[in-house]
Design a protein around this ligand. Structure first.
Ligand SMILES: NC(=O)c1ccc[n+]([C@@H]2O[C@H](COP(=O)([O-])OP(=O)(O)OC[C@H]3O[C@@H](n4cnc5c(N)ncnc54)[C@H](OP(=O)(O)O)[C@@H]3O)[C@@H](O)[C@H]2O)c1
Length: 281
């Protein structure tokens, strides 16, 4: 039943699958087994965690329980806002690794820019140094607006490999995605299913899903893929994990893609977390 997932190459050469597993709130013994199932039985290879999810240990345990080798997996974690000062960032990266009992992360991202705090450039410097030290293979960010991304490049000469942003049919991020594409930064979609809110009952999506004999979730995840975005749907259910990774045997036509993109709303964010003002620590 293991699925084969297409891959995408980041601007630093790291190759990652176009669908990964989100793990927010997947914790403990049951959580480790849920992640192991996704990896061993279904073919998930990219696993997304964060220091602030307090489940890096669960992800590490899932890796140890898995029959798939560490080298075949791509593990992402993220630096919290409160650890953006350079020295604290260095310590946090070591602690992140310790919690997961890993020697390296494949991807490590700054979790939020926190522009009022204005420390993300030094956090970036810490990620750059950790990469040089072999603790991280690829470095990126989450929730960075073009102005934040431009500043990183201006001050350090290095652009992130990836920007993980809120992206789903109610918030399609057209401008931000365009910027990424022009600048060689891969878009990764967080809450790709809008946390299973009312989008999963939308009549327009239901019609498209019926035409393809797929679920609305599969249509949405296929839309992400055809937009060129890497998605990381979270599910702790084996059935839904399978559903979410089974999207490579059909295609949406241009009209369907445009119809889904047109569901976007100016205030479509799930929790109104605008990175220009919202800060998370
Ligand atoms: N960088 C950031 O700032 C940031 C912010 C938020 C999230 N993230 C990351 O992105 C990941 C995904 O986002 P998310 O967890 O917020 O939301 P999501 O993946 O859009 O949705 C997860 C919710 O949808 C349900 N679900 C999953 N597949 C389904 C399906 N096929 N049909 C019906 N329901 C389904 C899940 O329940 P079950 O588990 O019961 O299936 C869960 O309640 C997170 O887990 C986290 O790793 C990053």
């Amino acid at each position: 039943m293991t699925k084969s997932v297409p891959e995408i190459t980041l601007n630093d050469g790291l190759v990652i699958p176009v669908i990964g597993l989100g793990t927010y709130a997947i914790k403990g013994n049951q959580g480790a087994n849920a992640i192991k199932h996704a990896v061993d039985e279904l073919g998930y290879r990219l696993i997304d965690t964060a220091y602030n999810y307090e489940n890096e240990g669960t992800v590490g345990e899932a890796i140890r329980r898995s029959t798939v080798s560490r080298e075949e997996l791509l593990i992402t974690s993220k630096l919290p806002g409160r650890y953006q000062p350079y020295d604290k960032a260095v310590t946090a990266i070591h602690e992140s690794l310790y919690r997961a009992q890993l020697d390296y992360y494949d991807l490590y991202l700054i979790h939020w820019p926190n522009p009022k705090q204005d420390l993300y450039v030094e956090a970036w410097q810490a990620l750059l140094d950790a990469k040089k030290d072999g603790l991280i293979r690829s470095i990126g960010v989450c929730n960075f607006l073009p102005e934040h991304l431009e500043r990183l490049e201006k001050e350090t000469g290095v652009k992130p490999s990836m920007n993980q942003i809120e992206l789903h049919p109610f918030f399609n991020q057209e401008e931000q995605r365009k910027w990424h594409e022009l600048n060689g930064v891969v878009t990764q979609s967080w809450s790709p299913l809008a946390r299973a809110n009312e989008v999963l009952q939308h009549a327009t999506l239901q019609k498209i899903a019926e035409q393809h004999h797929k679920s609305i979730s599969q249509v949405i995840l296929r839309w992400h893929y055809q937009l060129g975005a890497v998605s990381i749907p979270k599910s702790s259910s084996p059935e839904r994990q399978l559903e979410n990774i089974s999207i490579f045997d059909f295609a949406l036509n241009e009209e369907e893609m445009n119809t889904i993109s047109a569901l976007t709303k100016p205030n479509g964010r799930i929790n109104n977390q605008d990175p220009a003002v919202y800060e998370e620590f």
